[in-house]
Design a protein around this ligand. Structure first.
Ligand SMILES: Cc1cc2nc3c(=O)[nH]c(=O)nc-3n(C[C@H](O)[C@H](O)[C@H](O)COP(=O)(O)OP(=O)(O)OC[C@H]3O[C@@H](n4cnc5c(N)ncnc54)[C@H](O)[C@@H]3O)c2cc1C
Length: 341
């Protein structure tokens, strides 16, 4: 059976892994140059940093079990041990309190998109392939329009794992009656800024959540397990990389053009929190994310399918806004495809 999966984020890659392990012939089509989607890693000239999803919080028992199985295979690790919360802006070290939540915390080893690469080993990955339309022909199956050209290959089934707004456009163009109810998403943004620090922060704080402030998280990225740290090894013992993510509201207010301001908020936040001189920051890299998320009060939609024609649609948005939701979506899609439901 030939399956086309659109999107190589966590949902698409996990799904490809599950389907190819049952012997299906899986091809993934991804518009970017690599896999990972919003679980993305940036390689700069001065180091590597995870600029999208920073950690994998796990809440439900089956997802904790899944993450634990990845730890056993050396694909993920439990990290960080200590999570802190700061309620002050600007924070001071003393204001940090231990955050005790109902979740286990993990990261993927090496870099956040490394797990995706592992999952698609037995699938065909087509990168730089923007799918603008999918069409169904009775008796032939599914055909894809990639980079404005209809591809000659036909597939038995097609799975859209792109974010909801992109999936919605493809569904509409396919002219198939996939029931979408009144599901809607609103757009928000997040400035994510990596900072190289020419000294080590002398404490055991690796992750700080900030509440109702212009910054939402600070992560000691180079302390994550199995990271190459900074590029030159001799520097690794005296420098580290932090990733600062600004709150959605602050990012929306700054907009894409507010890069310099976003960087200065990140530098100020990190330096004030740990009482560091501003000059200790030697490099920075900023990325502006714009993404859709369920509108307030909106219930997750679950996955959509038309088994007779063989089209399936799902992503993190099917169950929530996280890697755990992407896992749930991949599981639900895989089950629906293999049982033909
Ligand atoms: C800044 C930021 C921080 C986050 N932090 C965390 C965190 O700490 N923990 C956590 O659990 N979650 C976090 N998340 C959320 C998490 O990253 C997502 O829930 C998860 O990665 C979604 O996976 P997905 O595969 O469903 O979607 P995506 O990762 O969006 O994957 C969809 C893929 O489809 C591709 N695509 C889109 N349109 C097309 C098209 N037309 N043709 C071909 N390809 C297409 C995209 O390029 C992308 O690779 C964060 C997200 C952001 C943006």
């Amino acid at each position: 059976m030939k399956i086309a999966v659109i999107g190589a984020g966590v949902t698409g890659c996990l799904l490809a892994n599950s389907l190819s392990s049952t012997g299906m012939d899986v091809s993934i089509f991804e518009k970017s140059r690599g896999c990972g989607g919003r679980a993305s890693t940036k390689q700069t000239s001065w180091g590597q940093c995870d600029l999208g999803a920073t950690i994998v919080p796990a809440q439900k028992a089956d997802f904790i079990k899944f993450m634990q199985s990845l730890c056993d295979k050396n694909i993920a690790s439990k990290w960080p041990e200590n999570v802190f919360l700061s309620k002050q802006n600007p924070g001071v070290t003393q204001a940090l309190e231990k955050y005790v939540g109902d979740r286990q915390y993990y990261v993927f080893n090496h870099k956040m998109n490394a797990a995706c690469r592992h999952w698609i080993q037995n699938a065909n990955l087509n990168t730089s392939s923007l799918i603008s339309q999918v069409r169904y022909l009775v008796g032939k199956g599914w055909q894809l329009k990639s980079n404005d050209i209809w591809q000659p290959e036909w597939f038995d089934k097609v799975v859209l794992t792109t974010p909801w707004p992109q999936s919605q456009v493809l569904i509409e163009k396919s002219e198939l009656p996939l029931k979408q109810s009144d599901f809607s998403q609103s757009w928000t943004s997040c400035w994510s800024i990596a900072l190289k620090l020419e000294q080590l922060v002398a404490n055991d704080v690796d992750l700080v959540y900030l509440k109702d402030q212009s910054i939402q998280t600070l992560v000691r990225d180079s302390n994550k397990p199995l990271r190459p740290q900074v590029i030159r090894l001799e520097e690794a013992s005296k420098s580290e990389i932090w990733v600062v993510q600004l709150a959605n509201k602050c990012s929306d207010d700054l907009g894409k053009l507010g890069k310099e301001k976003a960087i200065s908020i990140a530098i100020k936040g990190l330096c004030e929190l740990f009482d560091l001189p501003y000059e200790s920051i030697s490099n920075h890299y900023a990325h502006y994310w714009r993404y859709a998320r369920p509108s307030p009060g909106q219930k997750p939609l679950g996955i959509l399918s038309l088994p007779a024609e063989g089209i399936y649609v799902g992503g993190d948005w099917s169950f929530g806004p996280s890697i755990e939701s992407a896992y749930e979506a991949a599981l639900a899609l895989s089950q629906a495809i293999t049982t033909g439901e």
